[in-house]
Design a protein around this ligand. Structure first.
Ligand code: PEP
Ligand code: MG
Length: 603
């Protein structure tokens, strides 16, 4: 056995097995010299060098943006944010100022500005904003690389198909990776919700994150086995291990091919019950992935992305064009447009911004729209106008906490309809209007909401956050964020039974819906549809096809008598391994610990 052979563990975030050579991404820090400039010419030259480096990075980011893989389109927003950061006062003006006033060399001046920005960010109350410092660092590093004369793309040196090993992969790095040469990713840092995870999932490339020792243990050229399901990395494996993993790889590939071949068929249980499987998307470009993976509708279109990272809010025309294109691309399948769900602190530069002590409980989503009715009306006009041609748009309001809010929202919708009628503009007058159930108070009055809504969509990400009092973006309590908490299951059951009594359907559109482990539970809880990220659809459909509604109902009845999430999880894991051995053979249900995915996009 090779004495350098060892096994590392991390989080498996994108299933699949990769066997190949490692490529360690250069994480050497750039040496930063310090010197002062003695003449005005030197100062002018250093300023010009800095400006040129910024322009080059601007161009690099533009090139990356233009050549981005279609499945990574979501990253475009992050790259745009990075372009804005490049010219930010704190970074750009401050660095030039330091060169001019203190006669510092550009690299040192930039380092000083970055330190200052880090300090400012670290003193912020809001964890979300605090975490955005990584974007600034990533931009700063790019400029430094340029100033130090390094290559813009660390991946240029890759000559064969490799497994990339890095401390972390920033969104801009991710967009530069040559996918045809990438067998898999391993990073030291990151959790299940990191960029590497989301990107690898979107591309279907096996990946492991949080393998803390990876870059210290692995050398470029080492042979690796990466098991993206269990989170295992075998460094310099034995012949026997390689043979075993090749067999597993074959079987897994056959299975994945098989489920994607059937992804376009409906998901009917063995006892003939049909569940709709729908897609959650955030960008127009993702419609392709939704359709390719067999989505039967867009169950959630998160409309907030078009409002972010902009100097001015989008116009009605901008939104109308976007929504209409989306509706046409999906037609005749339905598209569920969720009205703006943003917090006042994340509205981009055009909004005055409000300091919020606790944004999750602050002026967000429907509250923000009811506070800024003009903004709300522009979006409603765009949605209604877009509904005219294909008549496949459904509307839903996020974070409704009671009947008053729903009535007010619907009244504004009616006002907008009247305006459009007066203007002689066409729209779908029968457009369904739904309510997202995300706040426990909405569950308590679900019977009253149901009288005024055409459907419910349970946003479990928020419903769990508000029910268990766990900030969904706070990593210190992430382990407590548990969809199987008996309180959460009881609330879901209550919503479904109330809705069904009133004759309206219920979807779950939180992350829970796309987790195979939870699917038998949601089926037994009688949900009518599940909406999830497009890549999750084939596996969920396959699982549903192999399930019996009656068995799942029975399981839910039993689970609801259990007192703790841990007990329910254990019973569920036992059940899925017994009833769906094929479905979970390659995926370790033990590894499915409570997790959350922040939908909070990058600013
Ligand atoms: C949810 O809260 O579950 C949901 C789907 O909405 P978002 O994640 O966008 O808040
Ligand atoms: Mg939500």
């Amino acid at each position: 056995m090779d004495p350098r052979s060892r096994t590392l563990k991390g989080f498996g975030v994108s299933p699949g097995i990769a066997i190949g050579k490692a490529f360690l991404v250069d994480a050497r820090h750039i040496p930063i010299p310090f010197y002062t400039l003695s003449t005005d010419e030197q100062v002018a030259r250093e300023c010009a060098r800095f400006e040129e480096a910024v322009t080059e990075v601007e161009r690099d980011l533009e090139t990356i943006k233009q050549s981005i893989h279609p499945d990574l389109k979501e990253q475009v927003h992050i790259l745009e944010a990075h372009q804005l950061i490049l010219r930010d006062r704190l970074l750009y003006d401050q660095t030039l100022d330091l060169i001019r006033r203190e006669r510092l060399n550009a690299l040192w001046a930039l380092k000083r500005s970055l330190n200052k920005i880090t300090e400012i960010f670290q003193s912020m109350e809001d964890e979300y904003v605090r975490n955005r410092v990584t974007d600034v660092s990533s931009v700063g590093e790019r400029i430094m690389n340029r100033l130090a004369g390094r290559k813009a793309n660390a991946f240029d040196e890759i000559r064969e198909r490799v497994i990339i090993v890095a401390q972390d992969i920033s969104p801009a790095d991710a967009a530069q990776i040559q996918l045809e040469k990438t067998l898999g990713f391993i990073t030291d840092m990151g959790g299940r919700t990191s960029h590497t995870s989301i990107m690898a999932g979107a591309l279907g490339i096996p990946a492991i994150v949080g393998a803390e020792q990876a870059t210290r243990t692995i050398r470029t050229g080492d042979l690796l086995i990466l098991d993206g399901s269990s989170g295992t990395v075998v460094v310099n494996p034995t012949e026997e291990q390689i043979g075993d993993y090749y067999e597993l790889q074959d079987a897994l590939e056959t299975y994945l091919k098989e489920i994607s071949r059937k992804a376009h068929l409906p998901a009917c249980t063995l006892d003939g019950h049909k569940i709709n499987v729908e897609a959650n998307i955030e960008l127009l470009e993702e419609v392709v992935a939704a359709k390719d993976h067999g989505a039967e509708a867009v169950g959630l279109y998160r409309t907030e992305f078009s409002y972010m990272n902009r100097r001015l809010p989008p116009t009605e025309e901008d939104l109308y064009n976007e929504y209409r294109e989306l509706a046409e691309l999906m037609a005749p399948l339905p598209v569920t447009m969720r009205t703006l769900d943003l917090g006042a602190e994340k509205m981009g530069r055009w909004h005055p911004g409000i300091e919020q002590q606790n944004p999750a409980l602050g002026l967000r989503a429907i509250r923000l729209c009811l506070h800024h009715v003009d903004l709300f009306k522009v979006q409603l006009r765009a949605i209604l106008r877009a509904s005219a041609a294909t008549r496949n748009i459904r509307l839903m309001f996020p974070l409704i906490s009671g009947v008053g809010e729903l009535q007010r929202s619907k009244a504004i919708l009616e006002e907008v309809k009247s305006e459009l009628r007066r203007e002689g503009r066409d729209f779908d007058d029968k457009m369904s209007v739904g309510v997202m159930i995300e706040v426990p108070s909405a569950v308590a009055v679900a019977d009253m909401l149901a009288e005024e809504a055409d459907f419910f969509s349970i946003g479990t990400n928020d419903l769990i956050q508000y029910t268990l009092a766990i900030d969904r973006v706070n990593e210190h309590v992430a382990h407590l964020f548990d969809p199987l908490h008996p309180a959460v299951l009881r609330l879901i059951r209550q919503v479904v039974s109330t809705a069904h009594k009133a004759g309206i359907p219920v979807t779950v559109c939180g992350e829970m819906a796309g987790e195979p482990l939870y699917v038998p539970m949601l089926l037994g809880l009688e949900l009518d549809s599940l909406s999830m990220n497009p890549q999750a659809i084939p596996r969920v459909k396959n699982l549903l096809r192999r399930a019996q509604l009656s068995d799942c109902r029975r399981f839910v009845a039993e689970a609801l008598t259990m007192r703790t999430a841990a007990e329910i999880r254990e019973a569920l894991q036992d059940m899925v391994l017994r009833v769906f051995p094929e479905e979970f053979k390659f995926f370790d249900p033990e590894a499915l610990q409570p997790k959350y995915r922040s939908s909070e996009p990058y600013v």
